[in-house]
Design a protein. Sequence first.
Length: 277
Amino acid sequence: MSSESKLAGFNPPAATAAPLLPLLPLPPHCVEAAFVQRRKRFSVLLQHQGADLWVHSNNSGSMLGLCLPGAPVLASPASNPDRKLKYTQECVWLAQRAVPEPPQKPPQPEGQPAARGFWVGVNTSTPNRMLEAAFHAHRLPFAQGYTTLVREAKRGQSRLDGLITGPGLPPLWVECKNVTMVEDDAACFPDAASERGQKHLRELMDIVANGERAAMFYLVQRPDGTCFAPADFIDPAYAALFYEALHAGVEMYPFRALVSPAAIDLGSLLPVRPQLA
């Protein structure tokens, strides 16, 4: 049989697109340890292999519900080897305690993730890095047609997290926030009263009033919660300004993050919960 005959009935499999790589891989040599205490918000004491390990936290919020003794914490090595604290807190494991464990299962050692639960990303620099990575990967639908992103862009006396520009398009100013709290099935921000956050909303409203685009990019670094809402039970002034800004034309983009010990990726856009009467 000729080679042509052998190939006549052969249909090669259809080409498949390569899977998308996560946008923000975590660095190698991360450590997993047990939470002990948080001191002055920016220092966290962990227990790692029987010894104390102090790590840096850049999260200035309350991290409400996430500072649980014995909970596993993932920390990444500092890029600067001369830094005093050699690791940075990246994620906290939150056990789903509402789901009972089988009675015959032995208790989980401290610092080891329970069978049921999920990682919550607490590094507040992640949203800014995600905005940039997602923009360059063309994974931000609201920035289609734009070609350039500048981080820490200056406007007047202020700096905003991102300025996105493109030919023939109005400038798009973006402010980023990290979301780690869920209440009543809604991912909520802020987790502590935030005058700075209120200032950003006012500034974004001023940008829209001057004919340019302005947006909030909320990165929800946990998998639960089906919508996003401002935390009116923590900062009612921020919540009121949030809806005022929304009605004024400020764009609100709460994106889910897909958090794992290996990487953080961009997930789907969450709906914004309507303002309660």
